[in-house]
Design a protein around this ligand. Structure first.
Ligand code: GTP
Ligand code: MG
Length: 176
């Protein structure tokens, strides 16, 4: 089962969209396994967006993400990474389809209200799942990642003990 890291960005929190955004993932049928309000610091923002370091908008992106509290979430389910990206919509909200979060609730790329992991591997990196699995099952991180680069696998947004494993009462009504 996959995990994805979903984050309501500071504009989503300031605009009172936290409940609306959580609700979309809840109603879809995914399982919430982690949730917190959090003031992101510069070092974490830089690590999270390190692939965009060379982009011209990178400094403003770091300022944006650290400008106020964010809501950090882990959602779990079969195919949740790609499905969450569809629910979120295109990076540029003006190009995002109506019915998607960005399509319905935002107008600018630099204020696009929500983040979602772009691959199962990044889902693991961003949720800290690698560290949890390592603690519980002794998995070899370098083998699991396929890169051998352990530094890229440090848990980003959640620490051990912050995620909940549980079975929602509605589970048999969502999956046959
Ligand atoms: P995330 O889910 O937040 O990672 O968005 P994404 O995967 O749809 O886009 P990407 O990873 O390419 O970019 C990360 C974030 O950087 C975007 O969500 C925007 O907030 C910001 N960003 C990307 N491109 C631009 C841009 O051209 N201008 C500005 N101001 N911000 C940008
Ligand atoms: Mg991205």
């Amino acid at each position: 089962v996959e995990q994805t890291y979903i984050m309501v960005k500071p504009d989503g929190v300031q605009r009172g969209l936290v409940g609306e955004i959580i609700s979309r993932f809840e109603r879809k049928g995914f399982k919430l396994t982690g949730l917190k309000l959090f003031q992101c610091h510069k070092e974490l923002a830089e690590e999270h967006y390190k692939d965009l370091k060379t982009k011209s908008f990178y400094p403003t992106l770091i300022d944006y993400i650290t400008s106020g509290p964010v809501v950090c979430m882990v959602w779990e389910g079969v195919g949740v990474v790609a499905s969450a990206r569809k629910l979120i919509g295109s990076t540029n909200p003006l190009q995002a389809e109506p019915g998607t979060i960005r399509g319905d609730l935002a107008v600018q790329t630099g204020r696009n209200v929500v983040h979602g992991s772009d691959s199962p591997e990044n889902g693991k990196r961003e949720t800290g799942r690698f560290l949890l699995l390592k603690e519980k099952k002794g998995w070899d991180l370098s083998v699991e990642s396929g890169t051998g680069d352990l530094s890229s696998l440090a848990a980003l947004w959640f620490k051990e003990g912050e995620l909940c494993e549980w079975t929602p009462a509605q589970a048999p009504w969502l999956m046959e």
